[in-house]
Design a protein around this ligand. Structure first.
Ligand code: NAP
Ligand code: G4F
Length: 358
C-alpha cells in the first residue's frame, strides 16, 4: 500500500489508544496522525507529569485539542471504558496499556492480571455492551513472553505457549479472550505477538535503555558501572516505530487474525552491552563467571557488574521470532539491524547527557 493511498483511505477515521503515554503509544499516535486519523488516548491520573513522550504532539496547536484528544481512564475501571467508548465511537482500538515490566509482575502479580488480562476482557465486553461490535476493530498488544520456556525455535503463530511470569500468564488470558470474542461474537479483534522492540523512548527500567543510558553517563564521567542481571538471556530486538506500523497493518486486513512481528535474529544481553560500550568508544572484555562476571574497559575499569537482585524467579532464556506470515500477508518486514538499533539508542542517550552538562 502506498503512503498516499493509506492517507486518503484513513482521513477522518477515529482511533482510540490505551497506553498512549508509553513507548509504542507515542510512535503509533504520530503515525496515525500522519495517516489522517483523529486520535483519542486514555491517560492515567498521576501525581507527577507522565506525558513527555506525546507532549510534542499535544502542545502543537494544530494537533492538541484538534486531532488529538486525551481522556482520563484506567483499564481497571469498567464504567470508564463504557463511557469512553460511547463518547468516542472509535473505528479502531489499540489496546497498548499494560503493567509491562516482567520482573515487576512478580512483585504485583494480582494487579498485573487485573490490567493485562482482565483489562482486555473489560474492553471487549464494553464494546459488546455499547453496541460497537459490528463497527470497531481491536488490536491487542500480545507478546513473545507468551512463548516463555520455548517449545520451538524460531517461534511462529503455531508455537505452543508456556509463559514464565505473572506478566506472561496475564497476557496469555488477554490473547485467548481476543480469540474467544472473535469467534463467539464476530468482533474484528487481532493479536499482534510482538517480540521485544526498543528505541530512545524505551522505558528506563528495560535492559536495553538501562544499558544505553548508563553507557552515556559512564562516557561523560557521571557514573562508573552499570549493574545488570542475567547477561545470557537472548532476545529478538527490533526497532519500535517499525513495529507500531505493523500494528496498524494488522488492523487493515479484511479478516481478523494473529501475527508475529519479530526480526528473526537473537542476541544476548551481553552482546547488547558490548555493542553499546563499543559505540561509545569503551570496548569491553569479560572476566569471571556467573554472578562474579565483570566487563572491563581498556583501562581495566569495571563497567559492567552483576547484581543478582535483577535475576528473575523464572527466566525466559531465548526468544527468536519467525515473521514469515506478517511478511506474506501484511507486506511487513523489519529494516533496522541490531547494530543500527544499538547505535540509534546509544547516540540518543549520549546526546541527552551531553546537552545536560553544564
Ligand atoms: P510502556 O512504555 O511500559 O507503556 C505502557 C503504557 O500502559 C503506558 O502508557 C502506561 O501509562 C499504560 N498503563 C499502565 N497501566 C495502565 C492501566 N492500569 N490502565 C491504563 N493504562 C495503563 O509499554 P510499551 O513498550 O509501549 O508496550 C506497549 C504494549 O505492548 C504493552 O501492552 C506491552 O505489554 C506490550 N508489548 C511490548 C513489547 C515491547 O518490547 N515494547 C513487546 C510485546 C508486547 P503510564 O504512562 O501512566 O504508566
Ligand atoms: O528488557 P527486559 O526487562 O525485557 P523483557 O523481560 O524481555 O520484556 C519486554 O519484552 C517483552 C516481549 O518479549 C514485552 F512483552 C514486555 O512488556 C517487555 O517490553 O529484559 C530482557 C532480558 C531479561 O532476560 C532480563 O532478565 O534482560 C535481562 N536483564 C539482565 N539484566 C535485565 C537486566 N532486565 C532488566 N529489566 N534489567 C536488568 O538490569
Amino acid at each position: 500500500m502506498t503512503k498516499q493511498a493509506s492517507q486518503q483511505s484513513c482521513e477522518g477515521r477515529v482511533a482510540l489508544l490505551t497506553g498512549i503515554t508509553g513507548q509504542d503509544g507515542s510512535y503509533l499516535t504520530e503515525q496515525l496522525l500522519e495517516k489522517g486519523y483523529i486520535v483519542h488516548g486514555m491517560v492515567r491520573r498521576s501525581s507527577s507529569f507522565n506525558r513527555a513522550r506525546i507532549e510534542h504532539l499535544y502542545l502543537d496547536p494544530a494537533i492538541g485539542g484538534e486531532r488529538l484528544f486525551l481522556h482520563y481512564g484506567d483499564l481497571t475501571d469498567s464504567s470508564n471504558l463504557n463511557r469512553l467508548l460511547e463518547k468516542v465511537g472509535p473505528d479502531e482500538i489499540y489496546n497498548l496499556g499494560a503493567q509491562s515490566h516482567v520482573k515487576v509482575s512478580f512483585e504485583v502479580p494480582e494487579y498485573t492480571a487485573e490490567v493485562d488480562g482482565i483489562g482486555t476482557l473489560r474492553f471487549l465486553d464494553a464494546i459488546k455492551e455499547v453496541g460497537l461490535k459490528e463497527k470497531v476493530r481491536f488490536y491487542q498488544a500480545s507478546t513473545s513472553e507468551l512463548y516463555g520456556k520455548v517449545q520451538d525455535v524460531p517461534q511462529t503463530e503455531a508455537t505452543p505457549f508456556y509463559p514464565r511470569s505473572p506478566y506472561g500468564v496475564a497476557k496469555l488470558y488477554g490473547f485467548w479472550i481476543i480469540v474467544n470474542y472473535r469467534e463467539a461474537y464476530g468482533i474484528h479483534a487481532c493479536n499482534g505477538i510482538l517480540f521485544n522492540h526498543e528505541s530512545p523512548r524505551r522505558g528506563e527500567a528495560f535492559v536495553t535503555r538501562k544499558i544505553t543510558q548508563m553507557v552515556a553517563r559512564i562516557r561523560y564521567g557521571l557514573a562508573e558501572t552499570v549493574q545488570l542481571g542475567n547477561l545470557d538471556a537472548k532476545r529478538d530486538w527490533g526497532y519500535a516505530p517499525e513495529f507500531t506500523e505493523g500494528m496498524w497493518r494488522i488492523l487493515q486486513q479484511d479478516q481478523p487474525d494473529d501475527y508475529v512481528l519479530a526480526t528473526n535474529e537473537t542476541h544476548t544481553v551481553r552482546e547488547f552491552a558490548e555493542e553499546a560500550f563499543r559505540h561509545a568508544g569503551l570496548p569491553l572484555h569479560w572476566e569471571g563467571k556467573g554472578a562474579d562476571e565483570v566487563g572491563r574497559d581498556a583501562e581495566g575499569k569495571v563497567r559492567v557488574a552483576i547484581d543478582p537482585a535483577y535475576y528473575r524467579p523464572s527466566e525466559v532464556d531465548l526468544l527468536i521470532g519467525d515473521y514469515g506470515k506478517a511478511r506474506k500477508e501484511l507486506g511487513w518486514e523489519p529494516q533496522t539491524t541490531f547494530a543500527e538499533l544499538v547505535r540509534i539508542m546509544t547516540e540518543a542517550d549520549l546526546e541527552q547527557v551531553r546537552n545536560s552538562l553544564p
